[in-house]
Design a protein around this ligand. Structure first.
Ligand code: HSE
Length: 310
């Protein structure tokens, strides 16, 4: 029998312009799983986090991750998972990706690291597919690897870690509005007009150039999304007015976090992020919508082991 305890961080997908291809990892907030491997062939998931999770393990993102890992390495084992800490599902900071990343990473560690980083990300994407109906890695890859990550291509998976210049902080607001990732993906049109595609890839290029050169202004003005945001912002009351206030308060950019309805402001200083957080809180208070606000540093740390028992 062998047991690992794994932490996987929260993450923000898209970073504005990078729909399905760019994401960043956050500090400290995340999921903690304990995974035990022993002789046999089966899977149990026990949730002690206090956050409600599906009773049926087939509805839990951990299940397809564990199954695809075992299938990839061609082995059988009894796997018992305990969910010790859990990001609230739907909070828009990569809750399903954190569980998926922790499960994929923990399994790889338990079996002596037979899979490459890319293969571990592919296992984690099985969990994302269950949660959202799509194979995307822009939460799972930064959650696993840390920092800001570009998925240059999916076939084959080509993951590039980007520099994180300076001290970036995100204010993330999670308004209590129910929008599933599936729903937020289904409302998107299947094709993008050429003029919008041109704007979007210009911005993606600008964001990457800004991250490499440390040009904060370029990063901020490149974080504009003309592909998904125009459709998704209708779920978030007062989105445009909120962004105006946030940018006036000194944030570099404000965008929908992943598929929403959470929204984040990227700031180059903790004070500015705290100010942005207060503005977000009062925006939703004034609308009578409950919300939580987190102010979190962008982190270079990804998923890690926090304990091993043999
Ligand atoms: N890139 C995905 C989307 C992230 O925007 O649908 C989901 O969190």
């Amino acid at each position: 029998m062998k047991k690992v305890r794994v932490f996987a961080p929260a993450s923000i997908a898209n970073m504005g312009c990078g729909f399905d291809v760019i994401g960043l990892a956050l500090d400290e907030v995340g999921d903690v799983l304990e995974i035990t491997m022993s002789e046999g062939d089966g899977l149990t998931i026990n949730n002690v986090s206090g956050v409600p999770m599906p009773e049926d393990i087939n509805g839990n993102v951990i299940t397809p991750v564990v199954r695809s890992f075992l299938q990839k390495i061609g082995q059988k084992a009894q796997i018992d998972v305990t969910i010790c800490e859990k990001i609230y599902p739907g909070s828009g900071i990569g809750s399903s990706a954190a569980s998926s990343a922790a499960a994929a990473y923990g399994m790889n560690e338990l079996f002596g690291c037979p899979l490459s980083d890319e293969e571990v990300v592919m296992c984690a994407m099985e969990g994302e597919n269950l949660a959202s109906g799509g194979y995307h890695a822009d939460n799972a890859a930064p959650a696993l690897l840390g920092g800001i990550v570009l998925i240059r291509g999916y076939e084959p998976l080509d993951i590039i870690q980007l520099p994180v210049p300076g001290n970036f902080y995100c204010s993330v607001v999670h308004p209590h509005i129910c929008v599933s990732t599936k729903e937020a993906r289904e409302i998107l049109p299947k094709s993008v007009p050429m003029h919008n595609a041109v704007r979007q890839w210009g911005n993606v290029g600008g964001l990457i150039a800004g991250l490499y050169s440390g040009n904060i202004g370029l990063i901020g003005r490149s974080m504009k999304d003309v592909v998904a945001e125009p459709y998704r912002k209708s779920f978030i009351p007062g989105f445009d007015e909120l962004r105006e206030k946030i940018l006036e308060a000194g944030a570099l950019a404000m965008n929908i976090s992943g598929s929403g309805p959470s929204t984040f402001a990227l700031c180059d200083h903790r004070d500015k992020a705290e100010r942005a957080g207060k503005i977000m809180q009062s925006h939703f208070d004034a609308l009578g919508i409950d919300c939580e606000v987190y102010v979190v540093k962008v982190s270079n740390k990804g998923t890690k082991l926090t304990g091993v028992t043999i």
